[in-house]
Write a protein that binds this ligand. Sequence first.
Ligand code: DGY
Length: 328
Amino acid sequence: MSTILVTTEIPAPGMDILRAAGDVEVRELDHEELFDACASGKYSVVVSQIRDRFDAELLAAASIVGVSNYAVGYDNIDIAAATAHGITVANTPGVLTDCTADIAMLLMLSTARRAVEADSFVRAGSFTGWKPELLLGSDVSGRVLGLAGFGRIARATARRALGFGMTVKFCPRPPGDRDVSEDELGEFAGRVEHASWDEIVTTSDFVSLHVPLSESTHHLVDAAALSAMKPSAILINTARGPVVDEAALVTALRNGVIAAAGLDVYEREPALEPGLAELPNTVLLPHVGSATVSVRSEMARLCATNAAAMFSGNPPPHPVNPQAWARS
Ligand code: DGY
């Protein structure tokens, strides 16, 4: 009898949905153990986390029919290889859009207004009274926000930024470009400006990253992009760490090439680039873009429903590679 493998327990109602569908085993596995488990014939569906790497070799050896990733992102899975081997991958789209855009906004506000420095200042007992030049930051309203990407989370960030009186530019597929129809622009027609990646980099006061990690977005923000930014620019990353060359970022922040960075994700997560944590002009969060009680619960519901469907021989409601189902 086949089993659902869960690499980390997911919040309610996820585990109940999974247990109602069939036998469930929770095992935290390193890569080699995950490889062996997927090849063992014991499991037909894996409920995975973004730290679980499903590379081409693992997928070729695997006897599973599906992977239900507890995330909207799926750069931990080689989708082409999964499809080639008839392994369906499912994710949790839609439910974490607003909360991740909130974190992008929080990082913009807290870097510009030096919130973390200010909080430490008060806690250290250094606040001796209002002063005209105490902890001066930079404005958010009236400034230019350049968005890398124009998917769900970028648009939710644009909505918030427009509410703050910012000018919003976006490049839909950096470092290249693509057409964006009036239909796709929808509510944003006439309110945001389609720009090249070069223009985003050189003219924005805030550059916020909202692209999936792929070969073309790996190190999208490298030393060259950083030095093309305004010295007053602030970089925000709520997407994936390797979109930024973190060593180049530390150098740029140290040398005043850009003013500050607000990061929720890291290139070698959970490790930080040496020097990053010592820089006062950074706000560093531990990948909490989707971390609200209701969102994590909704992600768990979608993830478990995807897994339960595949386990019962049905296509998942949120497939990344629906064509794989026909091949399984
Ligand atoms: C996602 O869902 O992709 C978030 O980064 C959290 O995993």
